[in-house]
Design a protein around this ligand. Structure first.
Ligand SMILES: [Zn+2]
Length: 409
């Protein structure tokens, strides 16, 4: 059975991780920085000898295409991103790019020509560590305007398009007939490790609703206002948060987080009169996500009334869940079975380039376990063996798609 070279995959990842390496063992390779340029140059030196076409598009996405049996054969694309968080790790993004590179190396070594071309892509600025929002794949699928991306001013005060040009990766419009997209990625969560499963067959990505909530009560002296006469905004907020959490736990598939919290006036001897907190609600199913949001809104209103407080809720954004294409999910599942890997069908908790590609082409994803679920952190880790399995599943999922043809739904 055809296999990628696991040691070479690991060596390439470690070589790439030297660019922007931090003392804690992580990587800081922020989009359009000097480190990004060096990472791109390294990838280019490895990938161009394996392909017939190399292209940089107008937002700096890099495409390496190994032709199929005909030069004009449509292309099945794989890849991920090389940019990292400021205090990022060695595997987020880089794994998907290096796994795709290994596929190209393997096809070249074995001199395999498929009915489809196989393309490797490195998307620009997935992490939005400096320039927000993320733009490479968003511009590519037409979800973001090119000019607004190029004009984007980063946290460092620099203009994205100017920096992209400076590092030599401002390219030209691309015309590529893409039939499908598969992305390998570390899970960035604890599920696979916890369940001792080797491969995540990703079914899509959770939808997300971000909300700000505010509870307003009445300030008062902590010694003089009797308990029964208080309008304590903090006590109300705690009750609200627990009740909302219970709703989501009971529902079973969603996740609910209050990760930001502000207490006013924040004085030991004053009954708090204003609490603001940020809610992040996610669910893989669109109707269930909406339903949970409605229940949460209702719960906040009811609890606020019980505590004689006022409430305000503001929805910051609502991202619909992404459902990956059956043919792509099946190709990953079959590849995992062919390689005798244990697997779990799961939604992605985080957002990836694949979630944007899914709006345009049949798309799927492969997860490998992340140690302790840690990511966006220097200690992010997956073993050589885990990554090798993931890259082999990618190889065979691509072969499955290329051999069967890809239905466009
Ligand atoms: Zn990533």
């Amino acid at each position: 059975m055809l296999k990628i070279n696991g040691a070479r995959l690991w060596d390439s990842l470690m070589e790439m991780a030297k660019i922007g390496a931090t003392p804690e063992g992580g990587v800081s390779r922020v989009a359009v920085s000097e480190e990004d340029r060096l990472g791109r140059d390294l990838l280019r030196s490895w990938a161009t000898p394996l392909v017939e076409d190399f292209h940089i598009d107008e937002v700096g996405n890099m495409f390496f295409v190994r032709h199929g049996q005909q030069p004009e054969s449509p292309v099945i694309l794989t890849g991920s991103h090389l940019d990292t968080q400021i205090h990022g790790g060695r595997f987020d993004g880089a794994f998907g790019v290096m796994a795709g590179l290994e596929v190209l190396r393997t096809l070249a070594e074995e001199d395999i020509r498929l009915p489809y071309g196989i393309g490797l892509v490195a998307w620009t600025n997935e992490e939005e560590a400096c320039y927000c929002p993320a733009m490479g794949s968003a511009v590519f699928v037409g979800k973001q305007n090119l000019q607004s991306a190029l004009d984007c001013v980063g946290l460092n005060g620099k203009v994205f398009g100017e920096e992209l040009k400076k590092i030599g990766y401002l390219g030209r419009p691309l015309e590529l007939n893409i039939s499908a997209y598969l992305e390998a990625h570390i899970e960035q969560g604890p599920v696979l490790e916890n369940e001792k499963i080797q491969i995540g067959v990703v079914s899509g990505a959770q939808g997300q609703i971000a909300m700000n909530a505010e509870i307003v009560g009445e300030a008062g002296h902590s010694g003089t206002v009797p308990m029964r006469l208080r309008k304590d905004a903090l006590v109300c907020a705690i009750d609200v948060i627990n009740a909302c959490r219970d709703l989501v736990v009971e529902e079973g598939k969603g996740v609910f987080t209050v990760g930001a919290f502000k207490l006013e006036p924040n004085s030991r001897t004053t009954i708090p009169d204003k609490i603001s907190f940020g809610i992040d609600l996610r669910h893989p199913n669109a109707d269930s996500l909406q339903n949970l949001q409605n229940l949460i809104n209702k719960k906040i209103k009811v609890k606020a009334a019980e505590h004689c407080c006022q409430e305000r809720i503001e929805v910051l954004f609502h991202k619909e869940p992404v459902v990956f294409t059956d043919s792509c999910v099946e190709s990953v599942q079959s590849a995992s079975d062919q390689l005798k890997c244990s697997s779990l069908v799961m939604p992605s908790g985080a957002f990836h380039d694949a979630c944007l590609l899914a709006s345009q082409v049949p798309t799927g994803m492969i997860f490998v376990p992340s140690q302790k679920g840690v990511s966006h952190n220097p200690t992010e880790y997956s073993s050589q063996e885990q990554l090798e399995k993931g890259a082999n599943v990618l190889l065979h999922a691509l072969l499955n798609l290329a051999e069967k043809g890809v239905p466009l739904s």
